[in-house]
Each structure stands twice: as C-alpha cells, then as structure tokens.
Design a protein around this ligand. Sequence first.
Ligand SMILES: C[S@@+](CC[C@H](N)C(=O)[O-])C[C@H]1O[C@@H](n2cnc3c(N)ncnc32)[C@H](O)[C@@H]1O
Length: 201
Amino acid sequence: MIGDSLEHYFTNNSNLKSELRTILYEKKGFVFTFFSDLGVFSKNHLDYGSRLLIDNIIENENKITNILDVGCGYGLLGIVLGKIYNCPVTMSDVNKRCIHLSNMNIEKNKIMGQALLSDCYSNITGTYDLIVTNPPIKAGKKIVFNILDEAYKYLNKNGHLWFVMRKDHGAKSMLKLIENRYTCEIICKSKGFYVIKAKIR
Ligand SMILES: C[S@@+](CC[C@H](N)C(=O)[O-])C[C@H]1O[C@@H](n2cnc3c(N)ncnc32)[C@H](O)[C@@H]1O
C-alpha cells in the first residue's frame, strides 16, 4: 500500500512538498555537496551501505573509463566514483525528483555526465566498465533481480557490476538467483551489509 507516511521513496508524487537540504561528504581529498529533498532515499544522511560500497570499489578497482549508477537517488555513488576515477557517469532512477537532484549535484560537484529518468534499463544505451547499484529493496525482489540480472547487457567485456545488499534483505538468495549469469564475490561484510562484485561468466 502506498500512501501518507508509507509513501515510498521510489514513487513520483508531484504534490510532494520540497524541503531542499544539503549533505557534505569528504572522500580521497574531495569535498562533495549533495542536495537532497523529501521523498528520496536516505534524505538526511548518506547511507552506510552506499558508503561501504564506495570504499570497497575504490580499494579494488584501478582504471575505470565510464560508470553507470542504476537507481541513483540524489547521485551519491555515481558522483563520488565519477570524481575519483575522473570519468563520465550515467545515472538513472525511476523517480523524477531523484533525476532533478542528481543533475543539480552533477553540476554542483563538477562531474562529467548526466542523470536520466529510466525504469531499470529502459532508457540506457551504451556499455560501461562499472555498473554500480544500491538496489531498491522496497520496489520488490523482481525489480532488484531485474536490475542485477540485466546489467550484463550494459557491461564492457572486463567490466564489473558492484552492489550492496543487506543479509536480512535476501542478499544470499539474490546471489543464488544471479549465479548463472555472473561469478560473484562477497568483497566485504559489515553491519549486516554485503558488498558484492560480479563479473560476467
Ligand atoms: C536504495 S536507493 C539507492 C539510492 C542511491 N543510489 C544511494 O546509494 O543513496 C534505490 C533507488 O532506486 C530507485 N528505483 C526504484 N525502482 C527503480 C526502477 N525500477 N528503476 C530504476 N531505479 C529505481 C529508487 O527511486 C531509489 O532512488
């Protein structure tokens, strides 16, 4: 049921009030400013799982020439990684407010790239060295599976899909569902979150 306080962050509600706020973040000597607002995921703080994902990607990946951030929210993953790897980023979300905020944040943080409204990969073209996602658990298992399973079509030959998921949100069963498609490695376990790196088989 979607309504009132149960309004989920992935819905498009044009009546939703706006209360813009900023969140600061420092990584690798860069200081980032994120505009955030009502109705988006983790609106007041940067999600622990997403920060864990960023830290593990930075520790494990050297050269990356382009990035796709699926379910970008206000753009945390794509913007931080795009800056650190100094490469173009495509970001997508099904929520219009997220796209608006991500494009503001791209400009604010001087990143190469753009955010596009897209249901999973519906408006995505091209292939990428890195696909990154903190998938929308609240959108349901089918959408999460779709985002992970379909990523292979948009990965470069030696590219990697990285994602974060909580153990109690079914990380292990999701790994089973995608194992025919990818070789998956659990790179880090922390506070109930798994950070996973997947390579096409
Ligand atoms: C857990 S949040 C992650 C947000 C951001 N990447 C972060 O790390 O802070 C998942 C995002 O996926 C988006 N989403 C939900 N369903 C989607 C779909 N079908 N296609 C694309 N994005 C979707 C939500 O709007 C939400 O912004």
